[in-house]
Design a protein around this ligand. Structure first.
Ligand code: MN
Ligand code: MN
Length: 315
């Protein structure tokens, strides 16, 4: 077996130098050689409040230089068995949301011709709709684990049907996801009506509001979701605002009373064993991230997701 790509060690080259790729992995555009393709979608024109997620991919990659290749808690050694590379950023059109979503879908269709699992660094949450369109073309409707303060099931925003707040209503309407295998975790905040979330529950979405999770170990919930999904193709979309602003302040639409960083790790680690076909980490907004901790947390969430992909070795 040929040696796999490895992140540059912080003991060989100072962490503050070297390539600006995720974990300082090699860059590559040879998709046929990859098991995992990390990519950036630098975009914030789908947001409704604070902007800045266009800088998310660059800053998440910067903070990822701190991460070492072995997961000491779980024993996962993803770079022992998976060929992982950073394939760069998608060339979105920063003057057109509609055109950007088209570019994302076309790019994903090209990526999904190969077997590489795409891991996207957003970008605002509107990027997930074209990703799911491409996923459904490739795999059929997918199970969806959606970690977020918001359900993102608005019908329209300013008359627009494709925004960061309408993604999962469109995904449901278009049959991109399995409604009874869709899990929304961390929902909270104020609403426009008392029924903001209940319509989606009627479609079959399983919702886990943050207040029901306060103080709980999320390993149990993660294990239940894993068993409920079983073998089917599954996509994870991780909105950083699912975390409490105390942990992740650098985001566009923060809501208090959210998940903790340890709960994020418990949840992801308990999902190990799923047939994951892709994932994303969205809504990191560096201009509001004065400490860099939001991007750092986002980078670590991506690493934890990498550690539960099918085929990961353990030590
Ligand atoms: Mn969202
Ligand atoms: Mn959100």
């Amino acid at each position: 077996m040929s040696p796999k790509n490895q992140p540059i060690s912080g003991n060989d080259l100072a962490r503050f130098s070297g390539p600006g790729t995720f974990m300082r992995l090699p860059g590559s555009n040879e998709l046929h050689k990859l098991d995992v393709a990390v990519l950036g979608v630098p975009m914030d024109i789908g947001t409704s409040w604070r902007s800045g997620t266009r800088f998310g991919p660059k800053q998440v990659r910067n903070e990822s230089a701190m991460i070492r290749p072995y997961n000491l808690a779980t024993g996962a050694a993803p770079f022992d068995s998976l060929q992982v590379a950073d394939i760069g950023d998608l060339a979105i059109n920063t003057f057109s949301l509609a055109d950007s979503l088209r570019i994302i879908a076309e790019s994903y269709e090209a990526i999904l011709q190969y077997d590489a699992v795409p891991m996207a660094i957003g970008g605002d949450h509107s990027i997930t709709l074209p990703i799911l369109r491409s996923m459904a073309k490739r795999h059929g409707p997918v199970a969806l684990i959606h970690v977020d303060a918001h359900a993102d099931v608005n019908d329209e925003m300013f008359g627009e049907r494709e925004t960061h707040g309408t993604v999962f209503r469109r995904a449901y309407e278009e049959g991109l996801i399995k409604p009874d295998k869709t899990y929304q975790i961390g929902l909270r905040g104020s609403g426009y009506s008392a029924e903001d979330f209940t319509e989606a529950a009627g479609w079959g979405f399983q919702q886990f509001p943050a207040h029901e999770l306060w103080g709980r170990d999320l390993s149990t919930l993660g294990g239940e979701i894993r068993r409920d999904i079983g073998e089917g193709p599954t996509y994870i979309t991780y909105d950083i605002d699912s975390l409490d602003p105390a942990f992740a302040p650098g985001t566009g639409t923060p809501e208090i009373g959210g998940l903790s960083s340890p709960q994020a790790l418990q949840l992801i680690r308990a999902l190990n064993g799923l047939n994951l076909v892709g994932c994303d980490l969205v809504e990191v907004s560096p201009p509001y991230d004065t400490s860099g901790n939001t991007a750092l947390t986002g980078a670590n969430i991506l690493f934890e997701l990498l550690c539960i992909l099918p085929g990961v070795a353990y030590r």
